[in-house]
Write a new protein. Structure first.
Length: 511
C-alpha cells in the first residue's frame, strides 16, 4: 500500500468502498419500506444507511486501484467479503434484532454476525427461532435480510466489477476468485460487459420468480422477498415455517424451478439469450445435475413411501427437499417439527442421501453452493483414467468429460481442492464436537457451512435454529467456514498466505 496524489493506492480498499456503498443502498431501500410498516426500525435503519454511506465513501474516495496481480486479487476479494460481512451487522445491532433476555452483548454480536455472513454468503442458516421469531421482526429488517442474500448470491465483487471499467482484463480474475466452480467463461468482449450480463440475467430471473410467487398466492412483499432469496439460492424466508407457511404445491414448484435455473451455469443462460443456442442438452455438467436429482428424488420417494407415507406426499416432499439441498436453496416445506417435510426426522438411509446432496451442490458458474457437479465429474473421469492407465501402463490416456479433454492442471487443482475440503471438514467437525455439539449435527453443520447450504441434519434441521445446535463459539466457527466455502476455499486462505509470504520475502531482502 502506498500513497499517490493524496490517495491510498489499494485495490482492496477501493473495491471494498464501492461494495459498502451498494450495501448502503440496500439498507436505504429497507428504510423506505419501514415507512409503510408504522416506521418500525425506521430511524435505526436510516442511521445504518448513513453510517454505511460515510464508511463506503471514505474508503472509495480516499483510495485508487493498485496492483491486480494474483496476490492482490485474492486479498481484495477476501477483504471485501470480510468488511461487508462485519459492517452488515450494523442494521441488526442498531435495531436490537438479536437482543433477548439471558444473553450479553458479545453473543448478540455473534448472532448478528452469523446472520450477516449467512446472508451475504447465501447460506441460509439462521439464528432466528422460537426464542426470537422471524415474524416478529419489522418489514425493513426482513427486507434487508433478504437483500443480503440477493447481493451475495451473484457476488458482491461481480457487482463491483460491473461499475469499474478501469479494471479491464484483471476484472475476470476478480470474478473468477469469487465465482463458484472451476472458472468463469467470458461471455462478452469486455469484462465489465460480462459482469453486467450476469447481473442482467440474475435480475430478470428474480423478477420472473417474484411474479410466479405472486400469481400463486403470496402477498407482494413476501413474493419480492422470496424472489430475492430463490434467485440467489439463499433460503431466507419472511416466515418461521419458511414455505411450509403456505402449504402450497404450486408455490413449492415455483421455488423448485427457480432453484434449478439459478443452480445452472449462467453461461448456458447467456448463450440462450444472446446466441439463441440451447446448449443445456449437450452440456455434461447440466445433464449430470438433472440426472442425479431425478434419481435421488425417486429413491427417497420410494424410501418414504416404504415408511408409510402416501406416494403423493412422498414424491412431493422428496422432490422439494432434494432440489432445495442439491441447489443449496435452503427453504423448508415442513408444517412443523416431526412432520413429513422435516427431513431431519426421516430414516437414516434418506438422510445419508440428503447429506450427499448437501456435499455435492449445483453447477459451476451458478449461484448454488457445494463441491459442484463439475468437480465431481472431473474426479470420476480422473479415477477412470487411472484405472485404464493401470491396465495399459504405456498408453498416454487423458481424462475426458463428454467430448472435452480435461487439462491436467485443472485435475490437479480439483484434487487439491478436495484434499483441503476434506481437511476442513475434519477440523470443523472436531472443533464443533469439542464445543459440545453431537457428531451428526457437527458433521452436517460443517458440510452445510462449507457448501453454503443452510439447514443441516441433527439439531439444525429445517425446523430448527442454529442456536439450538451450536454454542456461540460454535457459531463463530461456522460463519468462518461459510466465508471460506463461499469463496471456494483457496481465495480466502490465500488472502492470508500470499501477503504473509510477500512480507517474509521483503524482510529477507532487507537483510
Amino acid at each position: 500500500m502506498k500513497i499517490e496524489n493524496q490517495k491510498i493506492v489499494s485495490t482492496s480498499m477501493h473495491m471494498t468502498g464501492i461494495a459498502v456503498i451498494f450495501v448502503a443502498v440496500g439498507v436505504g431501500l429497507s428504510t423506505l419500506v419501514s415507512i409503510f410498516d408504522n416506521r418500525v426500525d425506521f430511524f435505526q435503519l436510516l442511521l445504518a444507511t448513513l453510517i454505511l454511506v460515510c464508511v463506503g465513501s471514505v474508503l472509495f474516495k480516499s483510495s485508487k486501484l493498485g496492483a491486480t496481480d494474483q496476490a492482490s486479487i485474492f486479498t481484495a476479494v477476501g477483504t471485501t467479503w470480510l468488511v461487508v460481512s462485519l459492517l452488515g451487522t450494523i442494521p441488526y445491532l442498531l435495531a436490537g434484532t438479536f437482543s433477548r433476555a439471558g444473553i450479553g452483548l458479545p453473543e448478540v454480536f455473534v448472532d448478528s454476525l452469523f446472520e450477516s455472513v449467512s446472508g451475504f454468503t447465501a447460506t441460509g442458516s439462521t439464528v432466528f427461532g422460537v426464542h426470537n421469531p422471524i415474524q416478529s421482526q419489522s418489514s425493513g429488517i426482513l427486507l434487508y435480510r433478504q437483500l443480503t442474500q440477493w447481493m451475495g448470491g451473484m457476488g458482491i465483487v461481480v457487482l463491483v466489477v460491473s461499475v469499474l471499467p478501469s479494471l479491464r482484463a484483471s476484472g475476470l480474475g476478480l470474478i473468477d476468485a469469487e465465482a463458484p466452480g472451476a472458472g468463469v467463461e467470458r461471455i462478452a468482449p469486455r469484462v465489465v460487459q460480462t459482469a453486467k450480463k450476469f447481473w442482467y440475467i440474475y435480475a430478470t430471473l428474480t423478477v420472473l420468480i417474484t411474479l410466479g410467487f405472486f400469481v400463486f398466492g403470496m402477498r407482494p412483499f413476501d413474493a419480492v422477498a422470496h424472489g430475492l432469496t430463490t434467485a440467489s439460492t439463499g433460503g431466507f424466508s419472511t416466515k418461521d415455517a419458511s414455505l411450509g407457511y403456505w402449504n402450497s404445491i404450486t408455490i413449492e414448484i415455483v421455488a423448485m424451478v427457480g432453484f434449478l435455473i439459478a443452480a445452472t451455469n449462467f453461461t448456458l443462460h447467456a448463450r440462450l439469450i444472446e446466441k439463441k443456442r440451447f446448449d443445456y442438452v449437450s452440456d455434461p455438467e447440466f445433464k449430470s445435475f438433472i440426472g442425479i436429482i431425478v434419481l435421488g428424488v425417486l429413491i427417497i420417494a420410494l424410501l418414504l413411501n416404504g415408511e408409510g407415507f402416501s406416494f403423493g406426499s412422498s414424491l412431493r416432499n422428496a422432490s422439494f427437499n432434494v432440489v432445495t439441498l442439491a441447489t443449496s436453496g435452503g427453504y423448508g416445506n415442513a408444517l412443523g417439527s416431526g412432520e413429513v417435510g422435516d427431513f431431519a426426522s426421516w430414516p437414516g438411509s434418506t438422510q445419508l442421501l440428503l447429506l450427499f446432496f448437501i456435499v455435492l451442490g449445483g453447477c459451476s458458474g451458478s449461484t448454488s453452493g457445494g463441491v459442484k457437479i463439475m468437480r465431481f465429474r472431473i474426479g470420476l473421469a480422473h479415477a477412470y483414467r487411472t484405472l485404464r492407465s493401470m491396465r495399459r501402463p504405456r498408453a498416454l490416456i487423458q481424462a475426458r468429460m463428454g467430448n472435452r479433454t480435461i487439462n491436467d492442471s485443472l485435475v490437479e487443482r480439483i484434487a487439491g481442492f478436495v484434499v483441503v475440503y476434506g481437511m476442513l471438514v475434519v477440523i470443523g467437525t472436531f472443533i464443533l464436537t469439542a464445543l459440545g455439539s453431537d457428531l451428526i449435527t457437527s458433521l452436517s453443520g460443517t458440510f452445510s457451512a462449507l457448501g453454503n447450504m443452510g439447514p443441516a441434519l441433527g439439531e439444525v434441521g429445517p425446523t430448527s435454529s442454529f442456536v439450538d445446535g451450536f454454542s456461540a463459539p460454535g457459531r463463530l466457527v461456522l460463519l468462518i467456514f461459510m466465508l471460506i466455502g463461499r469463496l471456494e476455499i483457496f481465495p480466502m486462505l490465500l488472502m492470508f498466505v500470499l501477503p504473509y509470504r510477500a512480507s517474509i520475502k521483503m524482510i529477507k531482502s532487507k537483510k
